[in-house]
Design a protein around this ligand. Structure first.
Ligand code: ADP
Ligand code: MG
Length: 729
């Protein structure tokens, strides 16, 4: 018997790896060749223009008009030499993706003539008709102007035949409509606030930035199988599907040998990364079958985020060429690991001083403890907001399950740093901090190991890992700008309060060292409730977190309220990052996206159940009924015999009937709710109803469909099963 699923499985199984086009040559020969970087600028810009543009890139100097003209001319020549035919302003609207509208360099004139044109004005500013991007009420469709403006600190690059120019996106009245504007402002805020603290240490001239090293987790699914799953195609997650008997129980996928076809994909992916100047470094199998990770070397946050967004779109295109689909959804499969995007975040100076790295002298360690305590305080004060910026319809499935951190923000410091802080609480002098410990295994051939001064804790959403914090609650599909903007802003605000307090102490006669030490101690004391080294999954922690006053709300729509809390508005206003109007618009957008995503999931599941699952279940049930009839015929009057022989079939017929009617009834109820909600818009109240009413209905339908999957003849089941989706590569 043939069915679409079997055909797809057969095709997927028969695939041989597409050999990667990536040449086996040293990366130094082509790294960044698709980027308008310094090497390209040296070739295409005059020395004078270069000096001016470097000043803009490094020190944020405003770009003069005539310089922009020169840069545009050089950039155009470079792009044409590289074979580009189009250019686009590349920006990050609040729908979470990236946007581009291509214009041709061609400038047809008259009847049969055309030249290639690109000007300083086109480089610096454009006005896309971007009325369809979410604005959360900031724009009406009748006054829908939005402007994109060049961000020279992130280099232009070529993708395919198009020159892409990273830009910010703002409304006619100047409000941010994207993720980049607040991110860049927050970086400037942390630069300023941290420099003022560094001045105490004689380092006031150092330029501080926030740094980010993201770790991108993703799933690969064979394309043939993907195409047979309308739920994956429309929602990026499986809305139904019974667990595979074997999934990740044996931990035999994690760090295991990478499947051949996947490795070829990764090779091509890295090749594309290097051409685009994305510093890819690490690749490995992740915990769930079919799950993988790519991590680069960390960079200044703004650039790192552009690179991550670029990577996500490159992955999508490239996976198809290798016969895969890449899933960036946080929880494509129930019951196995979800995908995160751990954000390794730190602040440091351009000259290379890591402000979250312990040092060698008392002074360096005081600096370290000072920035640590302030970070903890910032995270403690804003724990609800930090949760709000990572929670959404998809990440809500991931947090709190299968190795992902729970939906309560806390910070793991590791025993050594924690103990040092605790010691500080009872001491008026500086505590000593041991560096890495030597650890002798006692095997003569193995050299002495250097053991880090922090261990790992995978249940912690915000873990200190030696020279940075790893914000692990961020989801795999996210634009990291949201979380990084909040971390930067919260830290900048906290550092400002810290400075006021230290100055007061100095005025009162304390020496600088002790003023900082004493204030650091008190800052740590005040942030202790956020520190938690234990198991974040345990029920005790949930109770304890509540008692400590941490935000424990798990309903996504309610969590978004924090965007306009008194504290958030004050902090973001004082630091000049987002106005109350901008904050409110973001909240509106997040509710809107939440409603729309759940609405799509609901409709997809209703269709699947009614059109794919129930007809097959009925067909199988009819086979059973036919069988029972035949048994009755051969048994004649022998009722006992008939009962015995038809018992299993009769039970199955009954169970299938129950599941069919429960599933279909819930589908009817769900459709009624969705019809009602669709007419009501996408505000807070509607989002709450989606959360409270729609989510449990999705679960209920799924449970009946998954139960049917276990009863219906495998030969008839129309959708690729978990064991196929997860294991065929
Ligand atoms: P893990 O051990 O957590 O799996 P990975 O090696 O996969 O770590 O990724 C760690 C990420 O952290 C990398 O992107 C790395 O460059 C980054 N990183 C290292 N040091 C810092 C730092 N000081 N600030 C920000 N990111 C950092
Ligand atoms: Mg990590």
């Amino acid at each position: 018997m043939s069915n679409v699923r079997f055909d797809a499985v057969q095709k997927a199984n028969a695939k041989t790896p597409v050999i990667a086009v990536a040449p086996a040559i040293e990366t130094s020969t082509y790294y960044g060749c698709n980027v308008f970087n310094r090497a390209a600028m040296r070739k295409y810009l005059s020395e004078e223009t270069r000096r001016a543009i470097y000043e803009t890139i490094e020190n944020g100097a405003t770009l003069e008009k005539d310089v922009a003209e020169h840069v545009a001319a050089g950039m155009k020549r470079w792009a044409l030499d590289m074979g580009a035919t189009h250019y686009t302003h590349w920006f990050q609207p609040l729908n979470g993706g990236t946007a581009e509208k291509h214009d041709s360099f061609a400038d047809p004139r008259g009847r049969d003539e055309s030249i290639e044109k690109f000007s300083g004005k086109l480089l610096c500013q454009q006005e896309p008709d971007a009325s369809s991007f979410p604005s959360g009420g900031l724009r009406n469709t009748f006054e829908a102007r939005g402007y994109t403006a060049w961000d020279p600190s992130s280099p232009a690059f070529i993708m395919g035949d198009t020159l892409c120019i990273p830009t910010v996106f703002i409304s006619y009245t100047g409000e941010a409509l994207d993720y980049k504007v607040p991110l860049m402002k927050s970086d400037a805020a942390v630069t300023k606030a941290a420099s003022e603290i560094l001045a105490y240490f004689g380092l006031g001239k150092e330029v501080v930035h926030s740094y980010l090293g993201w770790e991108q987790e993703y799933f690969l699914v064979d394309k043939e199988l993907y195409l047979q799953r309308p739920d994956l195609m429309l929602t990026e997650r499986t809305l139904i599907g019974h667990c595979s008997s074997k999934n990740q129980q044996l931990d035999d996928h994690y760090f295991a040998a990478i499947p051949e076809r996947v490795k070829e994909f990764m090779k091509d992916l890295e090749f594309e990364c290097y051409k685009l100047g994305i510093p890819a470094k690490t690749r490995h199998n992740e915990v769930a079958p079919g799950q993988f990770e790519l991590a680069p070397v960390y960079e200044a946050a703004n650039l790192a985020i552009d690179h991550n967004l670029l990577l996500m779109s490159v992955m999508k295109t490239l996976a198809k060429k290798h016969g895969f689909e890449v899933l960036l959804h946080e929880k494509p499969f129930a019951g196995v690991n979800g995908s995160g995007k751990h954000c390794n975040w730190s602040i440091g100076t351009e000259s290379g001083i890591g402000l979250m790295s312990p040092g060698k002298t008392d002074e360096e360690n005081l600096r370290f403890f000072c920035f640590m305590a302030n970070t903890l305080k910032a995270v403690y004060d804003n724990n609800a907001l930090l949760k709000a910026c990572v929670l959404n319809a998809s990440n809500a499935h991931r947090l709190g399950a299968n190795e992902a951190p729970p939906a309560i923000i806390s910070s793991f410091l590791g025993t050594q740093i924690y103990d040092a802080f605790e010691e500080m609480l009872n001491s008026t002098e500086m505590v000593k901090l041991a560096g890495k410990r030597g650890f002798n295994l006692g095997i003569s051939q193995v050299p002495v190991l250097q053991v880090d001064n922090t261990d790992r804790n995978r249940t912690s959403p915000f873990a200190f890992t030696g020279n940075r914090f790893e914000f692990r609650a961020v989801g795999s599909s996210a634009n990291c700008s949201g979380p990084i903007t909040i971390l930067n802003t919260a830290l900048a605000y906290q550092l400002k309060q810290f400075k006021v307090a230290v100055d007061k102490r100095i005025e009162a006669g304390e020496d600088v060292f002790h003023a900082i030490l004493n204030e650091t101690r008190e800052t740590y004391r005040a942030s202790k409730p956020i520190c938690f080294n234990g198991n974040g999954y345990s029920d005790e922690w949930k109770a304890e977190a509540k008692a400590r006053g941490l935000d424990c709300e798990a309903s996504v729509p309610l969590v978004y309220d924090e965007y306009t809390s008194e504290r958030t508005v004050r902090i973001f206003g004082e630091m000049g990052i987002l106005s109350p109007v901008e904050l409110a618009s973001r909240k509106e957008i997040f509710w809107e996206i939440y409603c729309k995503k759940l609405g799509i999931e609901a409709r997809t599941l209703c269709d699947l159940t009614t059109n794919h699952i129930i007809p097959v279940a009925i067909r199988y049930q009819n086979i059973l009924i036919e069988n029972v009839r035949n048994l009755k015929e051969i048994c004649g009057d022998n009722v006992e015999s008939f009962k015995r022989m038809s018992k299993t079939q009769m039970d199955l017929i009954g169970c299938i009937s129950d599941d069919i009617s429960c599933a279909e009834n819930t589908v009817d109820d769900l459709e009624a709710v969705i019809d009602e909600l669709s007419a009501k818009g996408e505000g807070r109240d509607v989002a709450i109803r989606y959360h409270d009413e729609v989510t449990p209905m999705l679960e209920k339908i799924r449970s009946h469909v998954d139960s049917l999957e276990m009863m219906v003849d495998d030969q008839m089941w129309p959708l690729p099963k978990y064991r196929e989706l997860l294991f065929i590569h």
